[in-house]
Design a binder for this molecule. Structure first.
Ligand code: C2O
Ligand code: CU
Length: 553
């Protein structure tokens, strides 16, 4: 195994992600940030310098479990202090498992500002993937607003709430086309055909392929808001990986991908080689008007890289939840992967509701909306500091009388920074229960992401979860291991994980505005077993004061 060093500077800069010039948060002058490529077992060392001038910084390595390095998880107020302007923080962690990952800002709404990039881990030398391919591509999906992130954030924190609205563009590897359409020649409306120089910042990254080969396409989504569906014109795909874990290969026509998820698919270039073929990423789950699909295409060599003349590939209708559920249920673990313990030691029920606190709109879990403390939990819990956060743990369950089909009868919630304390090596089940939002007949999709772990997805269902009715239907035989899972409108999802990774881990909705509005919980897992937290990770707030006292005797 190797140690791979990176020196990164994060700064705001002018960029044209969708052909319109704007300000994005870039790394070393690039948007998206540089791709990290490593092999399983390698150690990654990122020297991250904050050149933002006016705000703190933190980068989370999404899908990397951070065994033995919980302070490198990159979550401001949770695993570390935000990195101050002009300061450098060193992230050092092991990438122990091959797979498709990414990284992104985890302070405020820096992901929406464009702070993200890809992290791809290949199998270790001498190891083989359980499938074959001739070449590979990587697509990181994101969504983009013309309104800057501060305006978005103020809108979400205002009374009345000013909703950010739909993104203007869907980006593939940071590239979209707002004021022109790659597909305009197909006659869909008013937008003019793009005449893009191949070196324009918003020019699509075309996938050049040879006929009759098999390719691996890695896809990850770091969208702020959008749920997407990816399709390749004329080509079938075979899903083989989800969130860095192998799955039983399954053929699909298109892929649903929620924020926080990643997949690998294989496709074979067996179509008419005289043509090129579209790849589209369309928004779903939200009522139109929505942004046009993000586009690029397969360029069969030796054809010229001109846009395809065919129609765009078909994605399911935006509100076809049945298609999404059937897609989700197709994903099971590859034979031979670890199966879950058959029993849980603890069960936590989390009711997802939209609420009001003093007239501000919030998202809450068991009626508690998450606010983060100024001292990172990892340090304050390890050093047993009093008063650094609310010492009352949030509720483990909710009333069985709650009617998930209607808006909350009592919409008032409370704010708290309390944590769930989790004992070492216990098996924990979490039942995520969706509900109706504040408006009648609205229930949204929420992709939940767990830090520090993969979990088994034991099942999805409709309505209110009931142990009697649904307990027996859970999949303990071959549930997929993942780090992100969706709860469908008015539905429930059950996951199981083993608390084998001491640290403080966020579990939250990966929709950035939702997290900002409180949609998350904190698991404080066997923190007494965490050893040697570097001082610089927690030199702020109460832990910072503690260091000062210690040093001055
Ligand atoms: Cu990719 Cu806490 O998130
Ligand atoms: Cu959400």
């Amino acid at each position: 195994p190797k140690t791979r060093h990176f020196r990164w500077e994060v700064a705001n800069m002018f960029w044209s992600p969708d052909c319109l010039e704007n300000v994005v948060m870039g790394i070393n002058g690039q948007f998206p940030g540089p791709t990290i490529r490593a092999k399983a077992g390698d150690t990654i060392v990122v020297h991250l310098t904050n050149k933002l001038h006016t705000e703190g910084l933190g980068i989370h390595w999404h899908g990397i479990r951070q065994f033995d390095t919980p302070w490198a998880d990159g979550t401001a107020s949770i695993s570390q202090c935000a990195i101050n302007p002009e300061e450098t923080f060193v992230y050092r962690f092991k990438v122990d498992k091959a797979g498709t990952y990414f990284y992104h800002g985890h302070y405020g709404m820096q992901r929406s500002a464009g702070l993200y990039g890809s992290l791809v881990v290949d199998v270790a030398d001498g190891e083989k993937e359980p499938f074959h391919y001739d070449g590979e591509f990587n697509i990181l999906l994101s969504d983009w607003w013309h309104k800057n992130v501060h305006e978005q954030e103020v809108g979400l924190s205002s009374k009345p709430l000013r909703w950010i609205g739909e993104p203007q563009s869907i980006l593939l590897n940071g590239r979209g086309q707002f004021n022109c359409s790659l597909a305009a020649r197909l006659g869909n409306g008013s937008s003019s055909l793009c005449s893009l120089r191949a070196d324009a910042q918003c020019a699509p990254q075309v996938l050049r392929v040879q006929p009759n080969k098999t390719y691996r396409l890695r896809i990850a989504s770091t969208t702020s808001l959008s749920s997407l569906n990816l399709a390749i014109g004329n080509h079938k795909m075979v899903l083989v990986e989800a969130d860095g874990n192998y799955i039983k290969p399954v053929a699909v026509d298109n892929i649903d991908i929620y924020s926080g998820e990643s997949y690998s698919v294989l496709f074979t270039t067996d179509q008419n080689p005289s043509k090129n073929y579209w790849i589209s990423a369309s928004q779903r789950g939200r009522k139109p008007p929505v942004p046009p699909p993000g586009l690029t295409f397969l360029n069969y060599l030796p054809n010229s890289p001109s846009v395809p003349t065919s129609a765009l590939p078909q994605s399911p209708a935006w509100d076809d939840i049945t298609a999404s559920k059937s897609f989700a249920n197709k994903i099971v673990a590859l034979l031979g992967l670890p199966t879950p313990p058959i029993r849980h030691d603890r069960r936590i029920f989390l009711l997802n509701t939209q609420n009001r606190i003093d007239g501000f709109i919030k998202w809450s879990i068991n009626n508690v909306s998450l606010v983060l403390p100024s001292t990172p939990y990892l340090g304050s819990i390890k050093h047993k500091l009093k008063g650094a956060f609310d010492d009352k743990s949030p509720p483990e369950t909710f009333s069985s009388n709650y009617d998930i089909r209607i808006p909350p009868v009592n919409p008032n919630a409370t704010q708290s920074s309390g944590v769930y304390k989790i004992e070492f090596n216990t098996t924990v089940d979490v039942i995520l229960q969706n509900t109706n939002a504040l408006a009648a007949n609205v229930s949204e999709i929420h992709p939940w992401h767990l830090h520090g772990h993969d979990f088994w997805v034991l099942g999805y269902g409709e309505g209110m979860y009931s142990e009697e009715k649904h307990g027996k239907q859970l999949n303990l035989k071959n549930p997929p291991l993942r780090n992100t899972v969706v709860i469908f409108p008015y539905g429930w999802t059950v996951i199981r994980f083993v608390a084998d990774n001491p640290g403080v881990w966020a579990f939250h909705c990966h929709i950035e505005p939702h997290l900002h509005m409180g949609m998350g919980v904190i698991f404080a897992e066997a923190v007494d077993r965490v050893k040697n937290i570097p001082d610089e990770a927690i030199a702020c707030g109460q832990t910072g004061k503690m260091f000062m006292h210690n040093h001055h005797g």
